[in-house]
Design a protein around this ligand. Structure first.
Ligand SMILES: [Zn+2]
Length: 162
């Protein structure tokens, strides 16, 4: 595995940790050349989840793409990278539990919204403002209204069903 800092191929593993649900191993590595540390993730090779986009095209569900989106939504919030990793792991597990090979993109978007709402209100609104581009304005108004009416403490409501 190439060092992200200097490109060296040789490194040593200094820590291995099994993810919460046992589906992923995180390895902390130290570059033998520059001695900087980085993390790699090992997953069992799985059957990809296919997303059905609004226009009918299919796309592979990519956890890194989702992670980047969540990271963006969580920017400058008090949310650890571990919490984001757990978020993405849990999301993927939920999607696999649906048991379908292909999942409509709006189902995934709604799942993310529900989970983000439980995690952080600001991240939720940020994600919603991006997500709305794929839906109509009424949906976004609905999201805002439901957020405002819930106020501070309301978790465990139903998802944003249409
Ligand atoms: Zn290095």
């Amino acid at each position: 595995m190439k060092c992200p800092f200097c490109g060296e191929l040789d490194n040593k593993v200094i820590d291995s940790r099994l993810g919460k649900d046992g589906n992923v191993i995180r390895r902390r590595r130290e570059c033998l050349l520059c001695t900087r540390r980085f993390t790699t993730y090992e997953h069992v090779e799985e059957i990809p989840i296919m997303i059905i986009k609004k226009d009918g095209r299919r796309e592979v569900f990519l956890r890194d793409k989702v992670r980047r989106g969540i990271q963006k939504a969580c920017q400058k919030r008090d949310i650890s990278m571990n919490a984001i990793d757990d978020f993405v792991e849990e999301l993927e597990r939920d999607l696999r539990e649906i048991g379908e090979k292909e999942i409509p993109s709006h189902n995934i978007g709604e799942k993310i919204m529900t989970k983000l709402h439980a995690l952080d209100d600001v991240a939720y609104v940020r994600f919603a403002s991006v997500y709305r581009e794929f839906k109509d304005v009424n949906d976004f108004v609905y999201v805002l209204n439901s957020l405002l009416s819930i106020g501070g403490g309301g978790k465990g409501r139903n998802g944003t069903t249409r």
